[in-house]
Design a protein around this ligand. Structure first.
Ligand code: IPD
Ligand code: CA
Ligand code: CA
Length: 277
């Protein structure tokens, strides 16, 4: 089927999927049976990540049997992210079954399920579910962003000096060092910085106006797709760290309320922390 799915139906399915995954991860938090490393010692996966992804993909397949799911735990089977993004898939779902696995394993209740639906490469629907607070963040393109049905708007903070920023540390050593440079540069320039361990929730918090801006290098489409739509639908700005437009292929990201965006990018450039050098 070539036409775009009805976004209301997509949202219903997405909500059901992330709520079910959320219930499972909440139940298993701090006590997964197997913890394995993937690319290196910073990169964890558990049987719960895999089960949550199966659960999410299953819900999507029941409703839309011919759609494709780009999921963190199964992407390797499909030749990697680039191969999937280049395949020209009409109906693409992008799933991070647990965003914040390190927190999940440690029993720190700050992790979520993140799911987006893109039609011909443009994200149309995004949902992020934080089970411990029972917060469901939702966005539909051109229809706004919400948390538990309440409309979201980004913070009105006009300067970096009054901003709370967030960042994170991806698994690759090179990009951890790049992000650390950004952190060093920005700590004296803003009110404070948070690194709470879930890129998707950081983005949802930018959309909710709880934090003013977020940046991180070397993320993947499943970390970003739903949250990027939330931020733009809440009136914020999402670009790569050089200021280029956000697409599913972007991995070095800056997402803010818009008002502090240029200031944030300027500091990242000054600290050689844009990830692209
Ligand atoms: C990670 C989290 C973390 C971020 C890492 C991501 P995962 O995702 O979003 O906050 O700093 O870069 O890889 O591995 O828990 O899905
Ligand atoms: Ca993730
Ligand atoms: Ca994950």
């Amino acid at each position: 089927m070539k036409a775009m799915h009805d976004p209301v139906r997509v949202l219903q399915i997405a909500e059901k999927a992330v709520r079910e995954a959320g219930a499972l991860m909440k139940e298993k938090a701090g006590r997964p049976e197997t913890v394995e490393t993937k690319t290196n010692a910073h990169d964890l996966v558990t049987e719960v990540d895999r089960r949550c992804e199966e659960l999410i993909s299953g819900r999507i397949r029941e409703a839309f049997p011919s759609d494709f799911v780009l999921g963190e735990e199964t992407v390797a089977r499909h030749g990697g992210i680039r191969a999937v993004l280049d395949a020209g898939i009409d109906h693409l779902w992008i799933a991070d079954p647990i965003d914040g696995t390190t927190n999940f394993v440690a029993g720190i209740p700050f992790f979520c399920a993140s799911l987006a639906y893109a039609y011909r490469g443009t994200i149309q629907v995004g949902v992020i579910y934080h089970p411990h607070l029972d917060e469901l963040f939702t966005a539909v393109r051109n229809r706004g962003a919400f948390v538990n049905g309440q409309k979201l708007a980004v913070a009105r903070t006009a300067s970096l000096r009054d901003s709370i920023l967030a960042t994170g540390f991806p698994s690759g050593e090179f990009h951890r060092a790049v992000n650390a440079r950004g952190l060093g540069q920005l700590i004296p320039k803003c009110r404070n910085i948070r690194t709470m361990g879930s890129a998707a929730l950081h983005l949802a918090y930018v959309a909710a106006g709880r934090i003013t801006g977020f940046w991180e290098n070397n993320l993947n489409p499943w970390d970003l797709a739903a949250g990027a739509l939330l931020v733009s639908e809440a009136g914020g700005r999402v670009t790569d760290t050089q200021g280029g437009p956000y697409t599913l292929a972007v991995s070095h990201v800056a997402a803010t309320n818009g008002l502090i965006h240029e200031e944030l990018l300027r500091h990242l450039r000054e600290a050689s922390a844009t990830g692209l050098e």
